[in-house]
Design a protein around this ligand. Structure first.
Ligand SMILES: [Zn+2]
Ligand SMILES: [Zn+2]
Length: 225
């Protein structure tokens, strides 16, 4: 028996024949099946620019309208009620144990991506003080990354949720390159990693800075869309 990191209930992990035949210590799943089922994976039919689930593989209306069609983002799960509840508890209540819930799917997704340097979206000083961890790097299990971006010190802003969509798209560049790491980006394929794709604004600003650092390609991966 093991305890689910989300609901705390004890559960019996499922053991498959392959687990038995590999003769290795069994991986302990972090979530019970009921909590696992709260996440909805995004399937092959998604917008190639923002990663949203849809019926076709064409660029979606939002991406065309908001000029984000040139980006290429992949998202793992839908940002639905289950994912919102998860993010609420992990990020805003600071439940650090919940990072384990999405480490395995992220690892699988990273193994399928072609990139040289992984760059997580940073959090600002205020968030460090209140949350104490970067929710994005919490999902990594030792995969190498470069914290090439830092949040500008002068970046004092209203929360995203307090703004209209148009205001959000107009907000100024929140990031700058860390000069100690910038040279590592020259001629590299960079993969940005973030939690939720909402308008694409954050990733677009981040990509602009990474390109200024000399990267030859920038794509992104988010846990939710
Ligand atoms: Zn559970
Ligand atoms: Zn799209």
């Amino acid at each position: 028996m093991t305890n689910c990191v989300w609901c705390q209930q004890a559960f019996q992990p499922r053991v498959t024949l392959r687990d038995i035949l590999t003769w290795r210590p069994l991986p302990v799943p972090p979530l019970c099946t009921r909590c696992q089922d709260k996440f909805t994976p995004i399937t092959a039919q998604h917008c190639p620019a923002c990663g949203r689930q849809q019926e076709t593989i064409a660029v979606c209306h939002d991406c065309e309208r908001w000029g984000t069609a040139a980006l290429r983002n992949r998202a793992l799960f839908r940002y639905d009620a289950g994912m919102k509840a998860y993010m609420q508890q992990y990020k805003f209540q600071g439940d650090y144990a919940l990072r384990k819930a999405l480490q395995a799917p992220l690892q699988q997704a990273l193994e399928q991506e072609n990139y040289d340097v992984l760059v997580p979206i940073p959090i600002d000083q205020q968030t460090w003080l209140t949350r104490g961890f970067n929710q994005v790097t919490g999902w990594l299990r030792g995969q190498p990354y470069q914290q090439a971006l830092v949040v500008r010190a002068t970046h004092k802003d209203q929360p995203q949720s307090a703004k209209t969509r148009a205001q959000r798209l107009l907000t100024p560049q929140p990031f700058q390159l860390d000069p100690r790491i910038a040279s590592d980006l020259v001629n590299q394929r960079v993969l940005l990693l973030d939690d939720v794709y909402t308008t694409g604004r954050t990733l677009r600003h981040a990509a602009t800075q990474i390109y200024l650092g000399g990267a030859k390609a920038v794509t992104s991966l988010t846990l939710a869309r």
